[in-house]
Design a protein around this ligand. Structure first.
Ligand code: SF4
Length: 437
């Protein structure tokens, strides 16, 4: 029988630090790790440090040094962790440094360097967890909550402010999903581009390399998995521009789901939209110059309180100028508790419906035209399903459930999760048809 993974633990500092130690030890034991008082028996050592006074700092640094000499594999947590540079200057070999109260970070580091033991009951669960999506794609949630206060939305009051997951935690999940057969990860959050802001973009370690917990670094690291990475719910902040070259290089999919909600600046301000003052058209133009194949998906609200006919027409003009590929539209609906419900001049229901129809008809022509431009091209598609008539796939331009599909008549020998090359031959305003190339 193989040895149970064993963790050594050194707990320094005050009662608050002790409570943190207890929590980590409880978690380790509940996951089936052994805990040992001996450096030699342990497979790695966690040192919970104190940084209160100079003497405590010295004692902590000495304990880390001793653990490195005696064991070699050391994870540092606790108050001194806030001074990571100081620790790494003295002990560059430490595997991971976290601050105090960092149970999740410590456990993520333990999992990375010492995988959890086999447990016949727990192992009934696959390492990637239980997924409701087909095996070949999965959603990857990188944060909870939202720091914005869009006036039509009550999510922040339900889910609180932005709370990002650590980069290593997200990447570990992404890697497990890829190992379990996912060919595509859909990165989601309320505001994906704000990722890491609440953590001050803290540096985290993944595969021995320090990287910031930030949107660009996340996209870059996910791009190394070699599967499709699709970004959803991104806002048009200037820092988003930096990921477009990753799309041009083929590291992540050339696809941005970017909910603009409106184009008129007065309405955007009334909505309190993030990045409301950015020049979106200019930005889109620049993105297309860097990555001509980029697919842009967005959603809009029509009939927002106070929206005039002129402001609505400005939105239609924006659609003509922006030439977005995929667009969803909703008539404004007053969610209970939303600030926007108090705004003056609500738009009558029938006007909202008319605007919705005009909007959809206007965009349908644009979407159809965008798809026509791809006819004749040979593209890689991912098979979602095989039915009696053939295979149903998606191109890089299509997210599951919300975008279109690519139908390959007769290709019943294919399997879900396979990538194939298709020559595109026909399109309507939503879907495409092609044959295997
Ligand atoms: S709509 Fe606005 S407030 Fe609501 S989750 Fe999205 S960005 Fe946050």
């Amino acid at each position: 029988m193989s040895k149970t993974p064993t963790v050594g633990f050194i707990s320094l500092g005050c009662p608050k630090a002790l409570v943190d130690s207890e929590k980590i030890l409880t978690q380790l034991r509940s996951e089936g790790y052994e805990v040992s008082p001996s450096y030699q028996e342990a497979d790695l050592v966690v040192v919970n440090t104190c940084g209160f006074i100079d003497a405590a700092v010295e004692e902590s640094l000495d304990s880390i040094g001793e653990a490195i000499t005696e064991n070699g594999k050391v994870i540092v947590t606790g108050c001194l962790g806030a001074r990571e540079a100081e620790i790494r200057a003295r002990h560059p070999q430490v595997l991971k440094v976290t601050g105090a109260h960092a149970l999740k970070e410590v456990m993520a580091a333990v999992h990375e360097h010492l995988p959890a033991p086999h447990d016949p009951f727990m192992d009934l669960l696959p390492p990637q967890g239980i997924k409701l999506t087909p095996k070949h794609y999965a959603y990857l949630k990188i944060s909870e909550g939202c720091n914005h206060r869009c006036t039509f939305c009550i999510i922040p009051s339900l889910r609180g402010d932005l709370e990002s997951r650590l980069l290593s935690d997200v990447l570990l999940e992404a890697e497990r999903l890829a190992n379990a057969g996912a060919k595509e990860l859909l990165v989601v959050a309320q505001d994906t581009s704000a990722y890491g802001l609440d953590l001050n973009y803290q540096t985290d370690f993944w595969k021995g390399k320090g990287r910031k917990t930030r949107f660009y670094e996340l996209a870059d690291a996910l791009g190394e998995l070699g599967i499709w990475i699709r970004m959803h719910y991104v806002y048009p902040y200037p820092h988003v521009d930096a990921v477009i070259p990753l799309m041009a290089q083929g590291k992540i999919l050339p696809y941005l789901d970017i909910p603009f909600q409106h184009a008129n600046s007065r309405i955007l301000k009334l909505m309190k939209r993030p990045a409301a003052s950015e020049n979106v058209l200019q930005r889109i133009k620049a993105w297309r110059e860097i990555c001509p194949d980029i697919t842009l998906r967005s959603t809009f609200i029509v009939g927002f309180p106070g929206e005039t006919e002129q402001e609505f027409t400005e939105l239609l003009d924006f659609l003509s100028a922006a030439q977005l590929d995929r667009v969803g539209c909703f008539p404004y609906s007053p969610v209970k508790g939303a600030v926007a419900n108090e705004l003056a001049n609500p738009v009558p229901e029938e006007v909202k419906q008319q605007r919705l129809e005009r909007f959809m008809a206007h965009q349908a022509e644009i979407s159809a035209d965008r798809l026509q431009q791809r006819i004749g091209r040979i593209e890689t598609v991912l098979i979602d399903e095989v039915v009696a008539e053939g295979a149903i796939a998606r191109s890089k331009a299509d997210a599951p459930e919300i975008d279109g599909q690519v139908f390959i008549d007769g290709a019943t020998h294919l399997k879900a999760g396979e990538f194939v090359q298709v020559k595109l031959e026909e399109a309507d305003e939503h879907d495409m048809w092609g044959h295997l190339f």
